[in-house]
Design a protein around this ligand. Sequence first.
Ligand code: MSP
Length: 691
Amino acid sequence: MTAKSTFYITTPIYYPNDKLHIGHAYTTVAADALARYKRQRGYDVMFLTGTDEHGQKIQKRAEEAGQPPLQYLDEIIAWIQDLWEKLDISYNDFIRTTESRHTEQVAAIFERLIEQDDIYLADYEGWYCTPCESFWSERELADGKCPDCGREVQWLTEQSYFFRMSKYVDRLLEFYEQNPQFIQPESRKNEMINNFIKPGLQDLCVSRTSFDWGIQVTRNPKHVVYVWLDALTNYITAIGYGSENQELQQQFQRYWPADVHFVGKEIVRFHTIYWPIILMALGLPLPKQVYGHGFLLMKDGKMSKSKGNVIDPKVLVQRYGSDAVRYFLLREIPFGQDGVFTPDAFMERLNYDLANDFGNLVHRTAAMVHKFAGGVLPKAGVLTKFEEELMELEQQTISNTEKSMDALQFSQALTSVWQLVRRVNKYIDETQPWALNKAGDTERLGTVLHVMVEMIRVSSILTTPFIPQTAEKIAKQFHFADTELTWDTLHEFGILGAGRDIDKANPLFPRLDVAEEIQLLAQNAGNGKEGTKMDETKMDGTGMEGAQIDRTKIDGAQIDGAKQQNKDGSDIKNEKQESDVPGKAQIGIDAFDAVELKVGQVKVCDKVKGADKLLRLEVDLGTEVRQIVSGIAKHYTPEELVGEKVIVVTNLKPVKLRGVESNGMILAASQGDSLKLATVPDTMPNGAVVK
Ligand code: MSP
């Protein structure tokens, strides 16, 4: 038996000086998706993450907390590991730089580098930034402050150890030249060469005497190893570098060099200049790739405690589920570029992509198998042009997904899978299983239902790296065996045979009240501020219950702004949940009567500041003019709307969107990316009742 190919992927090891935020989760979720994908493709994967626990910043934090550093760290590490569990991060190992498997090797490496004369002792003077743990020369300062974080620097003189970086510059540039894939995206390579290497690479100060929370230099214990030299070596110590244990030695041989280090763009410098040079000095092969992804930003820029705009990933997971958060992060931001987290965008991905497209496909398919085939998967008969067309797209989707994943373009991969998902929904509308049932065409009906289930199987395999919990739920509901969910079976139409039971289940993704959620999310973004505790009663996961959202009502403003209720006060969506009729549940006339619809005319329309998707309208309802906020800015300009006659839901409770009060909802129909307002002829007077 030939050994499996290996794939070694790492995240940065995070500073546990505080809880992590959604930005840290971004890197780890991306690495997890790739690790899962590689496992699906048959690789023997080593996925490493961990924590970078030494340095002055951590020491200070522990002192402030009145705890010994390790005790202080243990609590935060437990919090971090719990976060990764909640986000379904499938790491194989978690390294803490305070573990002996790491500290002993770092001390030994340091000694060896001194002996080789790669590290030497000398006097050092320079500007030091404590939060960044970095020395800067006079010319590197920005207006006399730290060029990285903009904070005050202090002048320090100390005897220090230095690494002869300059000695390796030519070899490094040659390596870049010969390995064009090493720094990705490409633009970051030019930045490294032009900004850091060309101006002259200084020898790097690699020890500190101003504090003692670090790995001591064995021969000179008043020095502790510079935190970056300490941290970077985690990538080799974790997998057994230098160990005397034979198994660990073999493990190191098996996985090193790493296939890819995932890092944020701000630490590409450390990973593509210092790290390769350290490895060269140790005579080790260099990693195959360092991928410097972009930043997840908030509307007002970088996430920071002081701005109070930090999003706590646990709160999001608790309310919306791990898959929703994972999906959003990897779908919304093209890997490598910066992206902005906005509550609106988050909600849109949840309601449109997850609930409406994918969740609805799964729900209606199971419902139809129940209604038309007794809950048992029928066999596929003769295929027609409808199936052939669909399967052509399916095959393209598989190959596009593979290409995108291999290029680490997660967002592209998801875009292509969703094209297929939407196409399957269209296939159902085209083939109309309900009409086939009515006509008694059992064979054709069986084929269509079978193909629907097959497409769910394929979509589920393709989306597993991103939304693993959903894939698991689908496997349970459709009784897919593990052997029917491997990548190799993607091309095996017919593998499902016929006769298995398919369960009815609750919708996979919730029906969410957008306006309410947006408000809640906006509030939550401030929870990083000291003193403001998250409102657990509000973000308690109840948003996960309920049925599908009705896409035709998604105009961004008051989607379900007031939940419709039956006369007896019960929620209509509950009826729907229990219904096995594909599409919407039946309602009584009373429920419909509860909604007041009137003709209105748009008098004034403008954009809502800071919201790409929202328009503010003043609508004349005959007896009054109402202000309504509607999420249609992507489909209509304000100019186009003035004068239009529209249909307004007039008895919705008011809500505030981006601080602007909305007193109603305008009806619109939408399909895919297109959206059109429901209009009435100009001759109809404002205020006319619509029934
Ligand atoms: N301890 C060092 C890394 C040592 S690796 C040998 C460190 N830690 S950190 O806690 O500051 O984490 C930085 C990393 O977290 C970034 O490189 C990036 O991977 C991730 N991110 C932190 N904030 C982020 C965003 N707002 N957006 C995207 N990623 C972000 O640096």
